[in-house]
Design a protein around this ligand. Structure first.
Ligand code: PMP
Ligand code: GLU
Length: 406
């Protein structure tokens, strides 16, 4: 069947492909340690689930306005205002079916044929695909490996052309866990402002943060208002509230653009699922109850981050990785294990799942073929087992090649 130029370059999501493969192998009876999935392993907090059930019983089963329930948009705006100390206009908030739709809406509304959009590599696997769907050109900017793969104005400037319209920035970053400091964000924002570049700031992991600064990662909302005037903030309920399956994300931007985004959504999916919006309302308006639930999950992620980085150093010494300051991923270098049978990260990860039953995502999906990504949003003993099996597998490789085992 002939298909259009719109999808000519489209590839399926590699992160979803690996986690689907892991689920399938498990269903076939294989013992798989799944470190591929980028989702909290916790259940959605009970009070959020109860709110949805109660909403369903009260008949909250109909359409809402396309950009979402006004009370949810207000609650989101209030929560943004509360942590940022900034005035937030609730009409700039549009609720969508997951942050992925929010990203698509934002990019489709901002970029088009002839535009170039800078993406800092390594990047979350969907960014280039989303940009390509708008028919703009994704342009990759290699981050500085010595600084958690982050990009600074010099690197961005080297990639800028007169067609550069946008920059997608993810902090805390999937797949590296690197977090831009407020100063780093400020420098990037001022560079973007100087050149009329619109920043799409994906802050979906903002509250999954292991530093001190107020329990959340620095945000573009922390910047002085004159630092950046063209931006879209992307966030949602998926990661912070363990609500991946509910599909609630949002964008926050200037109200004129928010109206366009809402119009786009009104012709594609209409509103995000109403029961999910009712649940998200309980989460965003949940005050201390929500804060406590989030803090409990972040504590567990922090403990696992410490355990995983410790085990990696102990059992796979010499394997470099980015120290995660947020999110729940470890991006680790695997090209030291490449050989004729495993010439790249895809072959390495396929071999790892085949021989050791450990599912990880090849770095090539994130724009760096030397690496692989594991998610540490898994039980402690699963992580322990996964890393142990991985260490055994690579030891068998070194033994076979006669190389000294580490
Ligand atoms: N941005 C990043 C960086 C992500 O890792 C994800 C994970 N799915 C998303 C956006 C999309 O989130 P959602 O599940 O809410 O669509
Ligand atoms: N964002 C998660 C990941 O990177 C979930 C899968 C997806 O939506 O890509 O693994």
């Amino acid at each position: 069947m002939p298909y259009s130029e719109n999808i000519a370059r489209l590839q399926p999501s590699a992160t979803i492909a690996v986690s689907s493969l892991a689920k399938r192998l498990r269903a076939e009876g294989r013992d798989i340690v799944d470190l591929s999935a980028g989702e909290p392993d916790f259940d959605t907090p009970e009070f959020i689930v109860d709110a949805a059930i109660d909403g369903l019983r009260r008949g909250r089963t109909r359409y809402t306005p396309a950009p979402g329930l006004p009370e949810l948009r207000r609650a989101i705006a209030e929560s943004l205002a509360e942590w940022s100390g900034r005035d937030v206009d609730w009409e700039g908030v549009v609720v969508s079916a997951g942050a992925k739709q929010s990203l698509f809406n934002a990019c489709f509304s901002l970029f088009g044929p002839g535009d170039e959009v800078l993406i800092v590599a390594p990047y979350w696997t969907s960014y280039p695909q989303i940009v390509a769907l708008t028919r703009a050109e994704p342009v990759f900017v290699a981050g500085d490996v010595a600084n958690g793969f982050k990009a600074d104005p010099d690197r961005l400037e080297a990639a800028r052309t007169p067609r550069t319209r946008g920059l997608i920035l993810c902090s805390p970053c999937n797949p590296t866990g690197a977090v831009y400091s407020r100063d780093e964000l400020d420098a990037v924002a001022r560079w973007a402002e100087r050149h009329g570049v619109c920043v799409v700031a994906d802050e979906i992991y903002r509250s999954i943060y292991y530093g001190a600064e107020g329990g959340r990662a620095p945000s573009i909302l922390d910047l002085d208002e004159d630092a950046l005037s063209r931006w879209v903030l992307i966030d949602g309920a998926s990661k912070a509230f363990a609500m991946t399956g509910w599909r609630i994300g949002f964008s926050y931007t200037a109200t004129d653009l928010a109206r366009k985004i809402s119009a786009l959504q009104s012709h594609t999916t209409s509103n995000a699922a109403t029961p999910s919006q009712v649940a998200a309302l309980a989460a965003f308006a949940g005050g201390a109850r929500t804060a406590e639930a989030v803090a409990g999950m972040v504590d567990a992620f922090r403990r696992r981050r410490n355990a995983v980085t410790g085990w990696m150093r102990e059992r796979l010494p010499g394997v470099d990785f980015v120290e995660p300051g947020g999110a729940f991923y470890l991006f680790f270098r695997v090209d030291g294990f490449f050989d004729a049978e495993r010439p790249d990260s895809s072959a390495f990860c396929s071999w790892l799942i085949e021989t050791a039953g450990v599912a990880t995502v090849p770095g090539v999906a994130f724009g760096d073929d030397r690496y692989a990504r594991m998610s540490f949003a898994a039980a402690d003993e699963t992580l322990d087992r996964g890393i142990e099996r991985m260490a055994e597998a690579v030891r068998s490789l070194s033994a076979a090649s006669g190389a000294p085992t580490s």
